[in-house]
Design a protein around this ligand. Structure first.
Ligand code: XMP
Length: 190
């Protein structure tokens, strides 16, 4: 298990994550029943959450995706969100639930939410993240549905990557420092 060996510790096992998703899905279903719901999934990080969470939401909905990130290969936000307007899904008049893996600086969610309201014409926008880092944020953005709160550390697994890898780990954990340092040095990333 080379990927498991790269981890310093596991934060959330698969069974813990899935049990929490049962609760979140029930809440989301209750809050949106009878509404025209479009779920907008932020790729790539949100894709594992999307598959497991939405199969637990028992109501009709549309699934849209968009690609956005404020990370560019390292372990810290670069403070700039890559998001192209022509990639925005058509959510005019619909209730939107944005799904992302993690709320870190909050820039990604704030940017996507603003675009979906101002350019996309969404009727209402709520947000859902599996993880929220406990920290001071440069922008005032919260999440309406949060799986777990974690400390301000870099995590991987369950959709979250480091240099594109570890997304397919079924649990969430913290990488060993030397694995991060080795990879960054090899890529020449600061
Ligand atoms: P912001 O800072 O915009 O970041 O809230 C959200 C995006 O940044 C990525 N991110 C992480 N990726 N481990 C990761 O693998 C982390 O600890 C982490 N923190 C932020 C992620 O793509 C998220 O959507």
């Amino acid at each position: 298990m080379w990927m498991r060996d790269d981890l310093e510790r596991i934060l959330f096992h698969e069974t813990t994550i899935l049990a929490r998703l049962d609760e979140l899905a029930e809440q989301i279903t209750r809050d949106h029943l009878g509404k025209d719901l479009s779920v907008v999934v932020i790729l790539h990080g949100g894709m594992v959450l999307m598959a497991d969470l939405l199969r637990r939401v028992h109501m009709p909905l549309l699934i849209e995706t968009l690609t956005a990130s404020s990370y560019h290969g390292g372990t810290a936000s670069k403070g700039v969100v890559d998001l192209r307007e022509e990639g925005l899904p058509d959510v005019r008049g619909r209730h939107v639930l944005i799904l992302d893996d993690i709320l870190d600086t909050g820039l990604t969610l704030a940017t996507v939410k603003k675009q979906l309201i101002e350019s996309g014409g969404a009727e209402g926008v709520r947000t859902c993240v599996l993880l929220r880092k406990k920290k001071e944020r440069p922008v005032r953005v919260g999440a309406d549905y949060v799986g777990f709160e974690i400390g301000d550390e870099f995590v991987v697994g369950y959709g979250l990557d480091f240099a594109g890898r570890y997304r397919n780990l079924p649990f969430i954990g913290v990488l060993k420092e030397d694995v991060i340092r080795g990879e960054l040095a090899e890529k020449g990333v600061e």
